[in-house]
Design a protein around this ligand. Structure first.
Ligand code: ADP
Ligand code: MG
Ligand code: MG
Length: 254
């Protein structure tokens, strides 16, 4: 049983001229194992900033508040330590990793997180199984990470990591963007398998409502102008689908 606790988080982005531009204006959020939370909000509201801040991206400066995982100070950890502590951030490795195959990348990540290398025979089976469930060509395992990946392949690779690395908390930022309807279903099924295990807490960040037709969140948070302005259950996602964000944007600007 794990708890990710975000309290009054304030974050600025570091601009090229050295100035700080405040983005997150005090975010409070608690995610426990087995829970699925959706953060939804318009473009530019700071959703990715929240994800990058928890990931430890150097472009963002924490100016206030706390993030803890089971009481441990996440903000004091290096990016590697965050992964070892059980945090999974889908945007953590968005770049090409020249010369490193998907199979080697995943095994190295698994070894780093678990502190020991997975047994070769069981690992090969797990890798094959994860790829089959995501309907991926076995040849994908030998490709270099992110090199020439299509949008759908990137997302499937993300979900493969999620299923194989078995994190305590996973943050998925715009996992639905760029997916056609079949890929969206396959990716959603992967997320739902992780969810059904009950072992991970999931934070899905999106500005579309469509992924929430496939993954039913337990909690929905509306994110506008750097903070959560409304919270509810799955019915809130349906209301947003019907009405959009306008009323929340209007009251945030009032
Ligand atoms: P979202 O994910 O909700 O679309 P972001 O977190 O990407 O929002 O961005 C929030 C705000 O921060 C936006 O106004 C965006 O323009 C600004 N921002 C993010 N990164 C930078 C950056 N590197 N330089 C300048 N502004 C940035
Ligand atoms: Mg954006
Ligand atoms: Mg974003």
């Amino acid at each position: 049983m794990s708890t990710l606790e975000i309290h009054d988080l304030q974050v600025s982005v570091k601009l090229p001229d050295g100035d700080l531009k405040p983005i997150l204006a005090g975010v409070d959020l608690t995610v426990r194992s087995g829970e699925t939370h959706a953060i939804m909000g318009p473009n530019g509201s700071g959703k990715s900033t929240l994800a990058y801040s928890i990931a430890g991206h150097p472009k963002y400066e924490i100016t206030g508040g706390t993030v803890t995982l089971d009481g441990e100070d996440v903000l004091a950890m290096t990016v590697d330590e965050r992964a070892r502590a059980g945090l999974f951030l889908a945007m953590q490795y968005p770049v090409e990793v020249p010369g490193v195959s998907v199979a080697n990348f995943l095994r190295t990540a698994k070894t780093a997180i678990d502190g020991e290398a997975p047994k070769l025979r069981t690992w090969a089976g797990e890798l094959r199984g994860a790829m089959e469930k995501l309907q991926m060509d076995p040849a994908f395992a030998q490709r270099n990470v992110n090199e020439g990946f299509s949008g759908g392949e990137k997302k499937r690779h993300e979900i493969m990591q999620l299923e194989l690395l078995k994190p305590k908390m996973a943050i998925l930022d715009e996992t639905d963007s760029g997916l056609d309807i079949d890929a969206l279903r396959i990716v959603s099924e992967g997320v739902n398998r992780v969810r059904a295990s009950g072992e991970a807490g999931l934070l899905l960040i999106t500005h579309y409502t469509r992924i929430l037709r496939y993954i039913k969140p337990d909690f929905v948070h509306v994110f506008v102008a750097g903070k959560i302005v409304k919270e509810g259950g799955p019915e809130l996602a349906e209301q947003l689908e019907a009405e959009g964000y306008e009323r929340y944007v209007a009251s945030a600007n009032a």
